[in-house]
Write a protein of this length. Structure first.
Length: 234
């Protein structure tokens, strides 16, 4: 993968940006996503944010190599602290856990006041991201699920909602993703079949503990029940 040929996962993320995007990619690593977007759209511009020195240097190198310094600003810092309110109309946070993504969104709430769209690709725990978005003035407007290199990735697209709030989702819908649950694609089924096996294993191991965590066991049991219901029903 590089900035000219993106991984399928990042390609699907890139596809959620509008033409002429003005976005921040937080946790940009090599800045492949902003470079790809700017190389393919002469009106696009981006901020590539990175907290770690190694990936920050990689991002600087990549941007320089493509002479994109005028359109991609590479900044070092934690989460959305590198973006000033009003600087980015879209925010991408991809390739991290859902809890970390939700934390970054929470800390960057002032920047998000000026953001129309958030595109999040949590590697695990997408529910935390959906919950945060809905509780903070965003409406989930789309979801994607892709399989690549033996992994299955979920992408959540949320737009700032002025009037209508679709915050009536059940815990179950937030767990599976309201759009993904409706669609129930083959990849979605595969993901939850795998997750079911994992949860059953964890459940059996946890039950053997000398002092089982009953609260956690109940939660896992509830999730297994949800998954089996979803897989059974069409
Ligand atoms: C697994 S990489 C994902 C890179 C790229 N976004 C992608 O999806 O391919 C996660 C990146 O996020 C960076 N990161 C982690 N926590 C961060 C934070 N709080 N602020 C900015 N960057 C962060 C890491 O240094 C790492 O480069």
């Amino acid at each position: 993968m590089n900035e000219q040929v993106l991984s399928l996962r990042l390609q699907v993320v890139a596809d959620q940006l509008p033409a002429g995007a003005n976005f921040a990619d937080i946790g940009s690593d090599h800045a492949y996503l902003p470079c790809y977007v700017c190389l393919n759209d002469s009106d696009a511009k981006a901020i590539a944010g990175e907290v770690n020195e190694g990936p920050y240097q990689s991002a600087l190198r990549e941007v320089k190599e493509h002479n994109l310094e005028g359109r991609i600003s590479v900044r070092k810092g934690d989460g959305l602290s590198v973006v000033k309110p009003g600087e980015a109309e879209q925010v991408v946070i991809a390739g991290m856990g859902g809890t970390l993504i939700a934390e970054i969104l929470e800390k960057g709430i002032e920047v998000l006041d000026y953001t129309d769209r958030v595109i999040a690709q949590p590697n695990v725990d997408a529910k935390s991201v959906r919950k945060w978005l809905i509780a903070n003035g965003f409406q989930i407007t789309g979801e994607k699920i892709v399989e690549e290199g033996g992994h299955i990735y979920e992408i959540v697209i949320a737009d700032r909602s002025e009037g209508y709030h679709n915050d009536t989702f059940s815990e179950r819908e937030l767990y599976f993703g309201p759009f993904l649950l409706k669609e129930k694609s083959d990849i979605f089924r595969k993901k939850w079949e795998e997750e079911n096996q994992k949860l059953k294993y964890v459940f059996s191991q946890m039950r053997k503990a000398s002092k089982p965590d009953n609260q956690k066991l109940d939660r896992i049991q509830k999730e297994i029940k949800w998954i089996e219901e979803v897989l059974e029903n069409g």
